[in-house]
Design a protein around this ligand. Structure first.
Ligand code: COI
Length: 351
């Protein structure tokens, strides 16, 4: 499909770096495409960045018929940009779409649209260490109707935003609060979809955790409030003396791209890794017994970040302050992304 391009006539002032927050600045253009049930995806275009006009009855605004992705671009030593694992994100968008009764988006439309947009706005790539250009693809059901139903009209768009590191290496590790009230996904849930409501519902529990002096919530499963699932907006890994465990993709866990990359890098090092349920009681007991070497978090925005403590039922379980494995995975992953370590798995898509 040919992508039509309309260039912005007035370009925005670019931030100098120090004043960038996560998503506070957007670039000069958007990529958009429309979907109708009778035509499929049509009208792919790059346009000047502007507001999206929706009918007030649009389904996304009422029933959360809305999914998104997050992925990053990195300046390579030769000056070119590379996108990290864009096809994995394109496939995950479709995984979310199926869970939310939204249409599949052809992966080449995702990739071609992203490339067209990045080529237009790559001058927005920040130069400060750790800062990157972040893409936020979004699909909305925009059919104007109040019936709870599969949208027959949708909008897909991608915006770009220069972002600071969500977590800075060397910063104190995350202090997590686990509480039986706080679950991401229940027995029937769309917790494995990257969909708006899964994030909106986090705000109150995370606010409460912060009020109590923690950084974020360690979500427990919604059926038994027993197993750890994710932390804040990230996946979680526990490094025991004899193995490394992360919760399995049981339908309630977001299939994180950084989670998947971390599993690959751990296995490449010959480390014993399991995708297994971890009861919170057993985790706390293992920390107390000194059997847990590290706990760390993974996510696109976060990259890899250590956890310094887990609080559960009024007790703080403090983790070792040295987190060499989290640091090694962070260095390897960011080295591959920056093009200074070999990209053995073909994760970089050069622009
Ligand atoms: C990401 O890590 O890319 C995310 O989507 C997290 C975001 C909800 C802040």
């Amino acid at each position: 499909m040919t992508i039509s391009v309309t260039r912005a006539t007035a370009l925005k002032a670019k931030p100098d770096g120090s004043d960038i927050g996560f998503g506070t600045h957007t670039t000069d253009h958007l990529f958009l495409a429309d979907y109708r049930a009778d035509t499929g995806w049509i009208n792919p275009r790059v346009e000047p960045y502007q507001g999206v006009r929706l009918d007030p009855t649009a389904l996304a605004l009422h029933y959360g018929c809305s999914i998104f992705e997050g992925l990053k671009m990195f300046r390579q030593p030769d000056g070119r940009l590379a996108i990290f694992r864009p096809l994995t994100n394109a496939e995950r968008l479709n995984h979310s779409a199926r869970l939310m009764a939204l249409p599949d988006l052809p992966t080449d439309l995702f990739l071609d649209g992203l490339l067209a947009l990045v080529r237009m706005d790559e001058a927005w790539t920040p130069t400060h260490a750790g800062y990157t250009l972040y893409a936020r693809p979004v699909m909305l059901g925009i059919e104007p109707t109040l019936g709870v139903q599969r949208p027959k009209q949708c909008l897909f768009y991608i915006l770009l935003t220069p972002t600071p590191p969500y977590y800075r290496k060397g910063q104190r590790g995350f202090r997590l609060l686990a509480d039986r009230r706080f679950a991401r996904g229940g027995p029937y849930s769309v917790a494995a979809a990257k969909t708006a409501g899964n994030y909106g519902k986090m705000v109150l529990p995370i606010e409460e955790a912060r009020r109590l002096g923690f950084d974020t919530v360690l979500w427990l499963d919604g059926r038994q409030q027993r197993f750890i699932e994710e932390a804040g907006i990230t996946n979680i890994f526990v490094v025991y003396r004899d193995c490394i465990v992360t919760p399995p993709l049981n339908g309630r866990i977001l299939p994180g791209v950084t989670r998947d990359s971390t599993l690959t890098l751990l296995r490449e090092r010959g480390l014993p890794v399991q995708e297994a349920e971890t009861p919170i009681d057993a985790l706390c007991a293992a920390i107390k017994a000194g059997d847990v070497r590290e706990v760390f978090l993974t996510g696109t925005a976060t990259v890899v970040a250590p956890v310094s403590s887990i609080s559960f039922e009024g007790r703080d379980h403090v983790l070792p302050s040295q987190t060499p494995l989290a640091a090694a995975i962070y260095d390897t992953l960011t080295g591959i992304q920056a093009g200074v370590l070999p990209d053995k798995y073909g994760w970089l898509h050069h622009v």
